[in-house]
Design a protein around this ligand. Structure first.
Ligand code: CP
Ligand code: NVA
Length: 300
């Protein structure tokens, strides 16, 4: 494994190996065991969109591993003034040991890997969010013991979260259902791959998708960069919400996850969110452990 550009690039063995290391690093941290695997290493973090969890967990994670993280906002980098990403990465490859990038286009992330000579980590694009889903898989495994055979139901927009959950879910042996409005379906390539390699259901019927689910997952109706579509999306996504009825259709032990930030009253009710807050904030915590595992795998 040279980069983390998307989960489709990883084998099931590589995913489980990251999850196992993440569990170990979490255990060590809770027991006060230092693990300076990345002493003297530097990670550049390029952000072209906002972030709370990704930024802080990568920065703290690098520090805990004995290395250092540099926050590089595109407002300050020359990228913001038009310097090509392929030149930027050829320069940064001379200073840094790895780059994490959050941006719009998946192609930009792929280009960083193509033109640079250091590991590249995708911290979210419009297409996928692999770091989030590694933390999600870790959290599901913590609560349910194993992943194989579970039903994972995603309700909402078929963009980055749905695409990565489908790939991560199928690769780890889960059945995946997605409820989305027509016109907001997941990436066609991802759907075709999933149908060939596992059990994927796509529907606009929220209760059918949630039927018997072990994990219910949702995300915002309007993602970063789609703020101008808010009103159109509010109309299109009405009812694509984790509420009492959806919880009633799922398995009675079902867990609820949300990548956050959450919009209560839109994709999830206040009650559904708060009654599953423990899982949701464990999931947020696990960003730290899962990403530390990725950093060790790529940068050590
Ligand atoms: N879930 C997630 O990626 O959160 P941030 O946008 O705060 O990084
Ligand atoms: N779909 C959301 C995920 C945020 C973590 C977005 O792209 O804004």
């Amino acid at each position: 494994m040279k980069h983390l550009l998307k989960l489709a690039d990883l084998s099931a063995e590589e995913i489980f190996s990251i999850l196992n290391l993440a569990d170990q690093l979490k255990y060590e941290r809770k027991n006060g065991v230092d693990h300076p695997h990345l002493k003297g290493k530097h990670l550049g973090m390029i952000f072209q969109k906002s972030s709370t969890r990704t930024r802080v967990s990568f920065e703290v994670g690098m520090h805990e591993l004995g290395g250092q993280a540099l926050f590089l906002s595109d407002r300050d980098l020359q990228i913001g003034r038009g310097e090509p990403i392929r030149d930027t990465v050829r320069v940064l490859s001379r200073y840094l040991d790895g780059i994490m990038i959050r941006t719009f286009s998946q192609q930009d992330v792929e280009d960083l890997a193509k033109y640079g000579s250091i590991p590249i980590i995708n911290g979210l694009t419009d297409y996928c969010h692999p770091c989030q889903v590694l933390a999600d898989l870790m959290t599901i495994r913590e609560y349910k013991g194993s992943l194989k055979g579970l039903k994972l139901c995603f309700i909402g927009d078929g963009n980055n979260m749905a695409n990565s959950l489908i790939v991560g879910g199928i690769k780890t042996g889960m059945k995946v259902s997605v409820a989305c409005p027509d016109g907001y379906r997941p990436d066609e390539g991802v759907v075709a791959w999933a149908k060939e390699n596992g059990d994927l259901q796509i529907t606009s019927d929220v209760l059918a998708a949630a039927e018997g689910a072990d994990v219910l997952y949702t995300d915002v109706w309007a993602s970063m960069g789609q703020e101008g579509e808010k009103a159109v999306r509010e109309a299109a996504f009405k009812g694509f919400c984790i509420d009492k009825k959806v919880l009633g259709a799922a398995d009675k032990e079902a867990m609820v996850l949300h990548c956050l930030p959450a919009h209560r009253g839109e994709e999830i009710t206040e009650e559904a969110f708060e009654s599953h807050a423990e899982e949701i904030f464990d999931e947020a915590e696990n960003r730290l452990h899962a990403q530390k595992a990725v950093l060790v795998k790529l940068l050590k």
